[in-house]
Design a protein around this ligand. Structure first.
Ligand SMILES: [Zn+2]
Length: 127
């Protein structure tokens, strides 16, 4: 097998770098679903719906890009996220843990508000 280290494959939908099998096209099932749904829906989708959908995917991509694969969590600065284009009001899920910590998720990545303008980026456990 020839491994070409410089030729990084990216998800057809969200642009995330693909890991794993060589025949993967999407990083996740929801990207495949979203891509297929978008193909079907593009013509009749309201621009606002499309924009929000894109913003959510972008949020997820930003969180994913900041959290190293081998780490569970990482601290990041809110301003940095905003600079990267993160839009805090667009989330897919709010989750409050038993200890009272509240997490805001964009698909499989999320964040928890910390003090002094920091957030803790987290990855959802596979279910
Ligand atoms: Zn993807």
């Amino acid at each position: 097998m020839v491994v070409n280290g410089t030729n990084k494959r990216t998800c057809k939908y969200c642009g995330a770098i693909l890991k794993g099998r060589a025949d993967k096209i999407y990083c996740h099932d929801y990207c495949r679903n979203n891509f297929n749904n978008q193909l079907k829906a593009t013509d009749r989708q309201l621009p606002m719906v499309r924009n929000i959908s894109n913003a959510l995917m972008k949020n997820r991509k930003i969180l994913s890009s900041l959290l190293p694969e081998n780490q569970e969590t990482i601290k990041a600065n809110r301003d940095k996220l905003s600079e990267m284009g993160f839009i805090f009001r667009y989330i897919t899920e709010v989750y409050t843990a038993r200890n009272g910590n509240t997490y805001h998720y964009c698909y499989d990545h999320g964040y928890r508000q910390l003090e002094n303008g920091w957030v803790l980026i987290v990855r959802k456990k596979e279910t």
